[in-house]
Write a protein that binds this ligand. Structure first.
Ligand code: ADP
Length: 615
């Protein structure tokens, strides 16, 4: 990682390059030049020390010395300059140092005649090795001291008059101590250099680690992104699977439930009627389970949207209680309802989902109470001019729930004990849906229970108030509607079982029914005219129900206004929207009961039907 050409760098290759360039510069140019300069200085010092009165060129000793210094300086300069970076394992500066010493001693022999202490010049050779480090400076110190000692011994031999031992010993000791001192400063230099090197290493390791962590993070991000996409795809696949499964199950369920209804309308013995009702009840339970699974998966996938609309609260809770009352039929359980007089008439709510939530709680209360009372109570916890918080409480005097199970029962597929499930039925999805719906509505659900005494579930919901409806216009006596007998219906349905079942149910309601098996035929039949209502399956071969409806809406005036009601096994909100967008007036979801068919016929033809079958 290089920051710039000369700036701070940690990259090993860059540092190595820089080091080599510095070494070439220092050892190939600076050091040789300095050494040559040093010998020049020696020549000048020698000139100054030469005996006065005799011209220098007439002093042979001086001339030899200068020639020696300049000659050696030039050769050494050339060697070092050429050898920098090329000498391989041969340590040229070290080699030359030993030769330097000899040249210095020759100089000393000449210069010391003026003053003995020129010996200290030798220290320069130690000083300029300090930069190489402690060991080398120490070695040089010893070599220099030893060299001077050898020189002193030699002088004492050849010129005893210049032995001067006391002075020379003093010089020797000082030389030794000073070279030791210089070597120690080399130690400091070495330490500093080592610290710098360590700091650079640490910084490089840090940068490497950071780079590795950044790479790890990046690959983690890629992994996470892939996992997220996989999860999304899995969730989509799950939703599609559920939608398809639900559609595929609803189609035969329509046949089963419809056939059971038709069978129930025929003369049967008591035992046969019991069997047929059992089959019908089981099929409805299966359907409820499919609805629950679908609901839960839609909520969990965030696909369930609330459709807020002004909702009559009293009507809604009445309906919920009535629905469960029907189911509780035959059990010694009384179902009560407590509403405060101050309860506002209308609120903004998704009536279907709020009713589903209450029905689930009431249904459980009745299911887990063998005898006694179940009560739905509504309280106003807080109210402003535009909003209010309501508490819906469901009390029962049933079997209760052990304390250690209270938290878990809101999880999907959780039941307190398998035996009671076998006895009471259920899938363990109801409370999970209640919890999810309450959360979706911005509320909370809680439970308190005493085993053997009963349970209390309550849901707190914030709601917006809706304005009361305009007072209804005084009732005008409605014209007597013609009997549905004679209402002409077109059923567009490709499944032969459903064709038979639905057509038969409609006939029993008093309608005349024609059946076609695809959208093109439906369109043609409507053009031919005379139908009061079309019941349109959505998925048919060739031309589907959506396209057939669009064609009907584009037909000449009379035919274009024929009411079209979808009869579809698609149960999602989006499917409903698609039907309405295609121009259909209403949507019935399979399996459809004769009561639902009757309501649709009455609504869209304006004619009363014969009574629908009751179970
Ligand atoms: P299901 O009722 O279909 O089994 P739920 O999710 O509605 O599933 O309820 C989960 C479990 O919580 C039930 O199986 C039952 O054990 C317990 N439970 C729910 N409501 C009550 C209640 N009112 N009294 C006693 N136990 C209850």
């Amino acid at each position: 990682m290089t920051t710039s050409e000369d700036g701070f760098a940690l990259d090993e290759a860059v540092l190595r390059q820089r080091k080599a360039a510095t070494e070439r510069r220092v050892y190939g140019r600076h050091v040789p030049a300095l050494r040559a300069g040093g010998f020049m200085v020696l020549c000048i010092v020698a000139a100054l020390q030469a005996p006065a009165g005799v011209p220098l060129h007439q002093q042979p000793a001086w001339l030899v010395l200068v020639a020696l210094n300049l000659g050696y300086a030039t050769i050494a300069w050339a060697l070092l300059h050429w050898g920098a970076g090329r000498s391989g394992r041969l340590d040229l500066p070290l080699l030359l140092f030993h030769v330097d010493l000899l040249v210095w001693l020759v100089n000393l022999q000449f210069l010391e005649q003026a003053t003995l202490f020129f010996a200290y010049f030798l220290l320069l050779r130690v000083a300029d090795q300090v930069g190489y480090g402690f060991r080398r400076a120490l070695y040089y110190g010893h070599v220099v001291t030893a060299g001077y000692l050898a020189y002193a011994l030699w002088i004492a031999q050849v010129e005893p008059a210049r032995a001067l031992w006391p002075e020379r010993l003093g010089i020797l000791v000082t030389l030794y101590l000073l070279s030791l001192y210089l070597a120690l400063t080399g130690l400091v230099t070495e330490r500093l250099r080592r610290r710098t090197r360590e700091a650079v290493h640490a910084a490089r390791a840090l940068v490497d680690r950071l780079a590795r962590q950044a790479a790890d993070l990046q690959s983690q991000t890629v992994e996470l992104e892939r996992a997220r996409r996989q999860a999304e795809q899995a969730s989509l696949a799950k939703s599609q699977f559920l939608a398809v499964t639900s559609h595929e199950i609803r189609t035969p369920m329509n046949g089963i439930l419809g056939a059971a209804e038709l069978l129930n309308a025929t003369p049967l013995s008591a035992a046969q009627r019991h069997y047929v009702r059992t089959a019908h009840r089981s099929a409805r339970a299966l359907l409820a389970l499919i609805d629950d699974v679908l609901d839960l998966s839609r909520i969990e996938a965030g696909r369930l949207q609330l459709h807020l609309a002004p909702t009559d609260l009293r009507q809604l809770v009445d309906d919920a209680v009535d629905l469960v009352d029907l189911a509780a039929h035959g059990k010694p359980v009384t179902l009560g309802l407590n509403l405060p007089p101050s309860l506002p008439q209308r609120v903004q709510a998704d009536g279907v989902r709020l009713r589903q939530l209450l029905v689930n709680l009431l249904h459980n209360a009745v299911k887990f109470t063998d005898e006694g009372a179940v009560r739905l109570e509504v309280q106003v916890l807080a109210q402003t001019t535009t909003t209010l918080t309501l508490r819906f409480s469901v009390h029962d005097s049933g079997i209760g729930i052990p304390a250690d199970q209270l938290d878990a029962i809101f999880d999907a597929f959780t039941q307190v004990d398998a035996t009671s499930t076998r006895r009471h039925g259920g899938s363990g999805l109801g409370l999970a849906i209640v919890h999810q719906l309450a959360t979706l509505m911005g509320g909370t659900v809680r439970v308190a229970s005493v085993p053997g005494q009963g349970s209390h579930f309550w849901v707190d919901l914030p709601l917006a108030l809706a304005p009361d409806p305009a007072p209804a216009a005084p009732a005008i006596a409605a014209p007597v509607a013609p009997d549905a007998t004679g209402a002409r219906l077109l059923l567009a349905e490709d499944d032969p079982v459903n064709q038979m079942v639905v057509a038969e149910m409609l006939r029993l309601l008093g309608c005349a029914v024609d059946v076609v098996a695809d959208g093109g035929a439906a369109h043609q039949a409507v053009l031919d005219g005379g139908y009061d209502l079309v019941l349109m399956d959505c998925h048919m071969p060739e031309v589907d129900g959506f396209e057939a409806t669009r064609r009907i809406r584009a037909a000449p005036a009379g035919a274009a206004r024929t009411p079209v009601v979808a009869l579809t096994a698609d149960a999602l909100d989006s499917d409903r929207r698609r039907c309405l967008d295609a121009g259909m007036d209403d949507v019935l979801t399979k399996p459809v009961s004769s009561a639902q068919l009757a309501a649709a016929v009455e609504r869209w033809t304006g004619r009363p039907t014969r009574p629908a079958m009751q179970w």
